[in-house]
Design a protein around this ligand. Structure first.
Ligand code: B12
Ligand code: SF4
Length: 523
């Protein structure tokens, strides 16, 4: 049977990296079947195109996975595929929570023939075999022999053949920046960010988050050896194609067990499996100096920190009181001292937020080392404690907001400001963090660092700008490049002619970011 795994585009940014579930399920497919992957972010298709594709390629089963924000698109695609007679199975966090919606049991139209609830590592082979026999069931739940919910242990994790997978659509480098990057060092023909998981689960149970409910509060880890081998495979690929590969450890809280994370990072270092990586780690776990040392030594470059708010009352309200805003600055300094920077994520529209929250937050952000601040709105995702609380209080303004996804739009009324005011706060946060002046300041703040670091933060800021300000297409990029021409010119000038007034902190021969990977590539 020929199987198509399809991930709908998110309609906003076109994601910067592929989704792991597709590669994982591909690796877990029983032998004898061909699996094709299409990520709508990289290969956009409308309903008619996908229906035609499925017919032309004689696909026997389509699997679709989607987050809540993409579910409306996913349903439309599923409808088009089912209309040409091909069965669709859906999985992922949204349909796990609202299986009845996907199966048309809630009074609405039916979109899927079958739904895979929760983690599908063990159920996927069963689904494929049932589909091949024409005996697809409606619901597949991960249960053990006694009918009790079971979670994959991750100890026997499949090998994802990263060395062979076609990743050409995920090269993040626009051709226009090649000359600039060549000056930084060899080996910049491609740049990809690849998702790798080292464990699953987070017990913290923040009110707005689906993770504790979905993965359970039981934390499971892969073996160090299996993670290290995956990194070595990726590193070999980068070397082969004279490019760069960075890894996004998609674990929800990469250092949830600090002892284990330190042991993994030590093993990565010992095996010389360092690649540049980014991971999500909550601020409280970054108090440990030794962990920060190991992060830097093992290739960690960016840490995503869910700061959410600088107001302890807000944090307590959403069950995230373990975040201590008073220590955010120190945590970021601790990382920056090791040349590790942070993606700092904030949520506006919380119950204790009042107008001016964006500027109050930015006042703090400006005192921290430069990073990538991002701003979102408190969103009641289905089945979260937040959704239940707001529903019970009659505060939801769009009960099924996912049926008509609008980016950066609230679905409930905050307590101390209006919905419009909350939207304006998010706009303020993005506008003031990603203007040409703000980008120039971020580059300036790393003035005592090698050029590579400044190019790195500039390009990262440009890309992150696209999360809020649509930058799809050459014209949009050209406009942004024009706005930022002074900074671009300054960086190019330094790349071409060098810099005479380099501050003392930059020692002769200091390593540029990427040099570990490049060094290996040349070896
Ligand atoms: C990596 C990640 C991202 C990446 C992008 C996704 C990517 N390219 O990988 C980035 C950082 C960009 C991102 C952004 C966002 N994310 Co995110 N992200 C994740 C994260 C941490 C890991 C995803 C992952 O790969 N998991 C590991 C795989 C193996 O698990 P999985 O995807 O669930 O797949 C398993 C099952 O669900 C199932 N399955 C999944 N799909 C399918 C399909 C079929 C056919 C079958 C049979 C089974 C199946 O089988 C898999 C194996 O067991 C998850 C949390 C998490 N731990 O999953 C959040 C998560 C998916 N993100 C979430 C959210 C809310 C967001 C944002 C909206 C946040 C924001 N406010 O901006 C943005 C929106 C992104 C966008 N523009 O689309 C929510 C989604 C909840 C929901 N109900 O939709 C999650 C669950 C985290 C949370 N806080 O609750 N995210
Ligand atoms: S710490 Fe992060 S992953 Fe864990 S429950 Fe809170 S928001 Fe979700």
């Amino acid at each position: 049977m020929r199987i198509l795994l399809y991930n709908p585009d998110n309609g906003v940014t076109r994601n910067f990296m592929p989704h792991l579930w597709m590669f994982l399920l591909q690796s877990l497919t029983p032998p004898g079947h061909e699996v094709i992957l299409i990520d709508g972010n990289a290969q956009p298709m409308d309903e008619a195109q996908i229906a035609q594709y499925v017919r032309q390629h004689e696909i026997g089963l389509v699997g679709i996975g989607a987050m809540t924000r993409m579910i409306a698109k996913a349903y439309r695609i599923a409808d088009a595929i089912r209309a040409v007679g091909v069965p669709v199975v859906m999985g992922g966090p949204h349909v796990t929570e609202l299986a009845d919606e996907a199966l048309g049991r809630d009074g609405g139209p039916r979109h899927a023939d079958a739904v895979a609830l929760g983690e599908a590592d063990d159920t996927w082979p069963v689904i494929v075999n049932d589909a091949a026999r024409g005996e697809l069931k409606e619901i597949y739940a991960p249960v053990d022999a006694a009918g009790k919910e079971s979670k994959p242990s991750l100890k026997a994790y499949p090998t994802i053949p990263w060395d062979k997978i076609d990743l050409h659509q995920f090269n993040l480098l626009p051709k226009v920046v090649y000359p600039l990057l060549k000056k930084v060092g060899e080996g910049w023909g491609t740049f990809r960010i690849v998702p790798v998981e080292s464990g699953r689960g987070c017990p913290y149970g923040c009110e707005f988050c689906t993770v504790t409910g979905f993965f359970g509060d039981s934390i499971r880890f892969r073996t160090n050896e299996s993670v290290v081998n995956e990194l070595l495979l990726l590193k070999a690929r980068a070397r082969k194609e004279k490019g760069q590969i960075a890894v996004f450890f998609i674990d929800d809280n990469f250092a949830i067990n600090v002892k284990r994370t330190k042991s993994l990072l030590r093993d990565i270092i010992a095996a010389k499996a360092q690649v540049h990586w980014v991971a999500q780690i909550s601020a409280n776990l970054l108090r440990v100096e030794e962990l920060c040392d190991l992060i830097a030594a093992s290739g960690g470059k960016w840490v995503f920190i869910g700061m959410e708010s600088i107001d302890p009352t807000n944090l307590k309200d959403v069950n995230k009181g373990f975040n201590k805003p008073g220590e955010y600055g120190a945590v970021l300094e601790r990382l920056a001292k090791r040349n590790v920077y942070a993606i700092t994520s904030f949520i506006f529209g919380m119950d204790n937020d009042t107008t001016g929250v964006a500027e109050r937050t930015l006042e703090q952000v400006r005192t921290w080392p430069p990073g990538l601040p991002i701003f979102g709105l408190l969103t009641p995702l289905p089945a979260t404690p937040l959704y239940k609380r707001l529903e019970a209080a009659g505060r939801l303004t769009r009960r099924k907001h996912w049926q008509e996804f609008i980016p950066f739009a609230m679905a409930h009324t905050p307590l101390k400001m209006s919905i419009e005011e909350a939207h304006a706060e998010v706009n303020y946060g993005w506008s003031h963090s990603y203007s040409a002046e703000a980008l120039a300041q971020a580059v300036e703040a790393l003035d005592d660092q090698p050029l590579g670091y400044r190019i790195n933060i500039f390009l990262a800021r440009l890309c992150f700008r696209g999360i809020y300000f649509p930058m799809l297409g050459k014209l949009a990029w050209l406009k942004v490049a024009t706005e930022n021409r002074r900074t671009i010119f300054k960086l190019i000038k330094e790349a071409v002619f060098g810099r005479k007034d380099r501050p003392a902190r930059v020692a002769e021969g200091e390593e540029l970011p990427g040099s570990e990977v490049q060094g290996e590539a040349r070896a």
